[in-house]
Design a binder for this molecule. Structure first.
Ligand code: MN
Length: 237
């Protein structure tokens, strides 16, 4: 079963993530398949690229996030397939696998630029177009040697040169949610900052630990100020 690994890693009594039990048929849309990128602040900040294929979301964790600069090659570690339901998920994973905050950073549809997606994946060279809010145009995922392994092969995510490429840092330029317009991580945590995080945040040290501390401080400040105050008054845009 394609979702076995996804389910084995999670305790659905403890995580708000979808279990994927809903039959994919109910999610069936007409037209091009779905894609999304979820910005995931866990033990490390990364961006999860997901492409709908054969009833699941093929998934890659991109540590530095996608780049629309055609000169960049972004490491993309393939991870377990996710259920289609996961595609619109945004929220807090309080503990366990992937504990942290998930922001729906981009979504839309994708179109293969190859005749046979399964063959392209086996070959390790998938060319495709994205039509999201932030990411558009032609892209490639190319499997690499080195790093990774059989269960977690590493790929490179590359933007092809076209009218949607350019020397702009898209993760800095457009850092916020596309599901809840303009929501940042603190807004997503909202009033429900899991108490467990004050003792045991998903990351304690380094840049990620500092980021968690700042987000939790923003949430606490907003909580004290009252419910109508935005969680993070000084958003970076
Ligand atoms: Mn992730």
């Amino acid at each position: 079963m394609p979702l076995d690994e996804y389910r084995r890693k999670r305790d659905f009594t403890k995580t708000p993530e979808p279990s994927g039990d809903r039959p994919p048929a109910r999610r069936r849309r007409k037209g091009d398949p779905f894609f999304c990128v979820q910005k995931h602040l866990a033990s490390h900040l990364h961006y999860d690229l997901r492409l709908e294929h054969d009833g699941v979301l093929l998934s890659w964790a991109v540590p530095k996030g996608p780049s629309i600069d055609a000169r960049d090659r972004r490491l993309a570690m393939q991870t377990e397939d996710h259920p289609l339901d996961y595609g619109m998920f945004e929220g807090v994973i309080p503990e366990g696998y992937g504990a942290g905050i998930v922001m729906l950073w981009d979504y839309g549809t994708w179109t293969p630029e190859v005749a046979d997606v399964a063959a392209a994946l086996t070959k390790g060279d998938l060319k495709f177009r994205l039509d999201g809010y932030k990411l558009k145009g032609s892209w490639a995922l190319v499997r690499t040697r080195g790093y990774g392994g059989a269960s977690k092969p590493s790929w490179l995510l590359i933007k092809h040169r076209d009218e949607w490429s350019g020397p702009l840092d898209i993760t800095e330029f457009a850092p916020l949610s596309v599901k809840n317009p303009d929501a940042d991580f603190a807004d997503i945590v909202g009033a429900e900052a899991p108490e467990v995080w004050t003792r045991n945040p998903p990351a304690k040290t380094g840049e990620t630990g500092t980021l968690f501390q700042r987000i939790l401080a923003d949430v606490m400040k907003a909580k004290q100020a009252g419910p109508d105050t935005p969680a993070a008054p000084a958003k970076r845009r």
